[in-house]
Write a protein that binds this ligand. Sequence first.
Ligand SMILES: *[C@@H]1O[C@H](CO)[C@@H](O)[C@H](O)[C@H]1NC(C)=O
Ligand SMILES: *[C@@H]1O[C@H](CO)[C@@H](O)[C@H](O)[C@H]1NC(C)=O
Ligand SMILES: *[C@@H]1O[C@H](CO)[C@@H](O)[C@H](O)[C@H]1NC(C)=O
Ligand SMILES: *[C@@H]1O[C@H](CO)[C@@H](O)[C@H](O)[C@H]1NC(C)=O
Ligand SMILES: *[C@@H]1O[C@H](CO)[C@@H](O)[C@H](O)[C@H]1NC(C)=O
Length: 470
Amino acid sequence: MPAKSHLMLAAALFSSVFVSPVAAQLQTDCDPLKKTCPPDPALGTMHLFNFNATPPEHTFNLTAGTVDYNVDTGAAFTMRKKGESVTLISNFYFFFGKTEVFLKAASGTGVISSIVWSSDVLDEVDWEFKGGNATHAFSNYFGKGMPDWKNGGDHLVEGGVLDDYHNYTCVWTKDKLEWWLDGGLLRTLLPKDANNTLNYPQTPMKLSLGIWAGGDPDGPQGTIDWAGGVTDYSQPHTMYVKSALVEDYSSGKEYSYSDQSGSWQSIKIASGNSTAFENINKEPEKSLSEKWNDLPSGTKSGVYAASGGVGAILLVALIFYYFKQRRRGQQEAALAAQRLEQDRVELEMYKKEGRDPDALAFDGTEYNSKSGMASTTYGLSDSPPGSSAGPPQKTWDPTGSSGAAAMPLLRDDTMSTYRDSPGSGPTPQIPAPTSTPPINRSFSSSSNAPGRMGSPGPQANAYGAYGGAR
Ligand SMILES: *[C@@H]1O[C@H](CO)[C@@H](O)[C@H](O)[C@H]1NC(C)=O
Ligand SMILES: *[C@@H]1O[C@H](CO)[C@@H](O)[C@H](O)[C@H]1NC(C)=O
Ligand SMILES: *[C@@H]1O[C@H](CO)[C@@H](O)[C@H](O)[C@H]1NC(C)=O
Ligand SMILES: *[C@@H]1O[C@H](CO)[C@@H](O)[C@H](O)[C@H]1NC(C)=O
Ligand SMILES: *[C@@H]1O[C@H](CO)[C@@H](O)[C@H](O)[C@H]1NC(C)=O
């Protein structure tokens, strides 16, 4: 894992004049400073990942061990043995943006909890927490993998980092990078202060949340010292993350490096919906009545015409299907229960309206042809189980209001609670010039002189040297 080992190298530099290259494996799947690489999939939106349940499919990779999701504590990253650096790493990148992570660090000497942004060219932005230091959080950054002992910062955290969750936020534009703690600004990095823009993080980042052993006895002494001592593997260490809000200040499908400068101006944004966006907005699992609606009309007619007994069997089969479908632990179980209840209420409703599905002798086709108004109310394909009492009083509404209420647990619609106090947070700038065309938008613009940053070209060699050393 580049980010972690990178930290270790930096950590070694921090506390020791002796620079040990042993632990570091500065590497990236493909180095855009050396060759053409596949584009980075974008986030292209804002999303609150609520770790009371697994994140939406294919938004994060788990590198080692397991993460347990819980309504009360959020995601639990437990390091149980040597080498088990439990890390969730995003499958998506953001190009300037913001993350707000609610985290409770793991205790234990030599145990490091971390929030890391890292790019393909090893730009990096960090929050780190030492399990042996209950009082302080540590901030850090790197440009193009260049370790610099002057980059780190330490910050007193009221209430302590190990005992409670805190809001660890970073806000990043081309003009500045900020670290916020529980709504208070701790630190601002300006490009000119990062080796005159060369080491300013400025390339598309992915987010990692992870726990690792800074004090691994086989690691460099400098890293062990920095981490506060040797890691005790005799007991498990757990870091908790309740949620991570990630906002991509760019919108688009993917990011690519148009040259080997590693500058933000060289990043191109391809338009379209990102894969992450698609995954996040995938249709939630369907309710019983939605599934009913999806059945081919022939099947439905068959069910309509059949006896109540067959209807009941179908119902049981569908309920069974629910239980087969649920794989994600108790939240889903609760949801399923909620849905069953919702279905029960619906069935009650049909009964009240004289539409008892168990007492149906209803042929959709016949009904449709008999009553002209039927086709305007609902077509054959979505015909409700009607009744001899004639057209139902209201249109077929499979979800109902209770259906809408059943969903937010998984759909993370709580975003609004994060957004409804616009004045309280930082007001980040959207970096992209709005006038540029949407397709293959590039930030390069010489008229942007004041904010323009130089190319960290010379770093490419230095980076190569680091990479080559392992
Ligand atoms: C996540 O895993 C997929 C499938 O193994 C892989 O293609 C992708 O590169 C991984 N992404 C990251 C950020 O590690
Ligand atoms: C925690 O870190 C701060 C900042 O580096 C330091 O002043 C303090 O002594 C450390 N506390 C412990 C217990 O190591
Ligand atoms: C977390 O901190 C950021 C930065 O101060 C702030 O904008 C945001 O509203 C905070 N989030 C919550 C949920 O309080
Ligand atoms: C800062 O940039 C110069 C090139 O202008 C480079 O020689 C030097 O190594 C850089 N320093 C760091 C700490 O990256
Ligand atoms: C992007 O997603 C939105 C909302 O789902 C959809 O309306 C739009 O057609 C999609 N655009 C593309 C290019 O697929």
